[in-house]
Ligand binder design. Structure first.
Ligand code: ARG
Length: 458
């Protein structure tokens, strides 16, 4: 097929070269941004007397007709075109004749594609942020419901100290808050307009880049035209932010998978977010959480793919950069899907408070509190720690727990032990005494919940 760029060459290429070169299969999803950008471009050209107002009006009307027809399905995207930019220009010229050919004045596909991706991703960031916010709301809601449900807190996946399920859940709310922050930060740097950088060097036409930027809701313009067309930092930054977010979802998934196992049985996922086995009738599998964990690897791959593509690219535009889109689109699609599923999964899960409590009673997780009890009676912490350790060893030997060891046995280790020790090592007391800021007491957790609700206007 002869190309729009025929001239220097005859524009006739091999079919296989066309297919290889084409990006319309994945960049067609940016048609709205492409057309909106072109409308602002036409308006700017007229405002600067580069084309007549009449031509600009015709172009804008033609473009808005194409947009409406694409939205309604009356116009189908021609996959024979090289990319979305060529497709829109081709339809415009078919519909308007020679006027259509004026649109591409003082512009190149290099700044056009850079503009389209920024506009597209800006919107994606807003959608992802909205979903993260929904997830924080779901997590915070569950945390409030279980703010005094005692469970073992772990380090090294060994029972460490008693905490509440609410406290544990709020840790994820904090991670997600940072994710929102990272997305906002990334959006800020992304929101500069590259249009007017043209192919690489700017243009001899008296364009007004600020006019176009403000029409398209950018905060300003890219200051160097070479950088404007070759910068894909915003894609890398967004994929990094998404990767960290996926890492959080993956850690959360891992815990959900553990907690819903028979060994833990801390939570029960709703039937709506689990699957059965085709052969083992007893199975209720946490597939959603496993898939989120799995898809995290895929998103890391997207990030690494683009970083590797960009590494060593000379300035300014190189066709390699067309490879940015599939990675970034995949990362955005994947994280949005994961977030949507996650919100539902969290909203509908229930905690088995009995099992959590039982697990907390078995692991000597009040041994620190036993040592603290002796410290309060005047013993140095290291000595208290040692006695507490000996008592744990004794309990293990006698197959009992600290709560059930008789006072006489305690007193063989230290005369400081009195009957009030049982109160001091009561799990509920251990939890509620940790009133330090950010701690596990119901009051501290409620403060965390209130703060998050206030920040997000939940
Ligand atoms: N489809 C191209 C891309 O996505 C558009 C820019 C093409 N520019 C060029 N000089 N061939 O990068």
């Amino acid at each position: 097929m002869a190309k729009m760029w025929a001239g220097r060459t005859d524009g006739v290429t091999e079919r296989i070269a066309d297919d290889f070169n084409s990006s319309i299969h994945f960049d067609s999803r940016m048609y709205r941004q492409d057309i909106t950008g072109s409308m602002a471009h036409a308006a700017m050209l007229a405002a600067q007397n580069i084309i007549s107002q009449k031509d600009a009006d015709t172009l804008i009307e033609g473009l808005s007709g194409i947009l409406a027809d694409l939205d309604s399905g009356a116009l189908a995207i021609d996959m024979e075109c090289e990319d979305i930019h060529m497709f829109v220009e081709q339809v415009l010229t078919q519909r308007l004749g020679d006027v259509g050919k004026k649109l591409h004045t003082a512009r190149s596909r290099n700044d056009q594609v850079a503009l389209d991706i920024r506009m597209y991703l800006r919107q994606e960031i807003d959608e992802i942020t909205d979903l993260v916010k929904k997830l924080i709301a779901a997590v915070t809601g569950k945390a409030e419901a279980y703010k005094d449900a005692i469970m073992p807190g772990y380090t090294h996946l060994q029972r460490a100290q008693p905490i509440t399920f609410g406290h544990h859940l709020m840790a994820y709310a904090m991670m997600l808050l940072r994710d929102m922050d990272r997305l906002a930060d990334c959006r800020k740097r992304m929101n500069l307009s590259p249009i007017g950088c043209c192919a690489l060097a700017g243009t001899t036409y008296p364009i007004d880049r600020q006019f176009e930027a403000s029409q398209l809701c950018f905060d300003g313009v890219c200051l160097n035209s070479l950088d404007g067309v070759s910068d894909r930092d915003f894609c890398v930054e967004l994929m990094s932010a998404i990767s960290v977010l996926m890492m959080h979802l993956s850690r959360f998934s891992e815990e959900i998978i553990l907690w819903s196992s028979w060994e833990f049985k801390f939570i029960e996922l709703s039937d709506a977010y689990t699957t059965g086995s085709s052969i083992m009738p007893q199975k209720k599998n946490p597939d959603m959480a496993e898939l989120v964990r799995g898809k995290t690897g895929r998103v890391y791959g997207d990030l690494m793919a683009l970083l590797t593509t960009l590494k060593g690219l000379p300035l300014a535009y190189n066709k390699d950069m067309q490879e940015d889109k599939e990675s970034i689109f995949d990362a955005c699609d994947t994280v949005k899907m994961c977030l949507k599923v996650f919100v539902g999964m969290i909203d509908t899960l229930t905690a088995n408070e009995e099992n959590m409590k039982r697990a907390a009673q078995k692991g000597f997780i009040n041994a620190t509190d036993l040592a603290d009890y002796l410290v309060k009676k005047g013993l140095p912490f290291r000595s208290a720690y040692k006695i507490s350790g000996h008592l744990v060893a004794l309990c293990i030997q006698q197959d009992t727990v600290l709560e059930e060891l008789p006072l006489e046995q305690y007193r063989t280790f230290s005369p400081l032990f009195e009957a009030d020790l049982y109160q001091a090592i009561d799990l509920k007391v251990c939890v509620e005494k940790r009133i330090s800021e950010g701690g596990t007491s119901t009051a501290s957790v409620q403060m965390q919940i209130n703060k998050v609700k206030e920040m997000l206007h939940l």
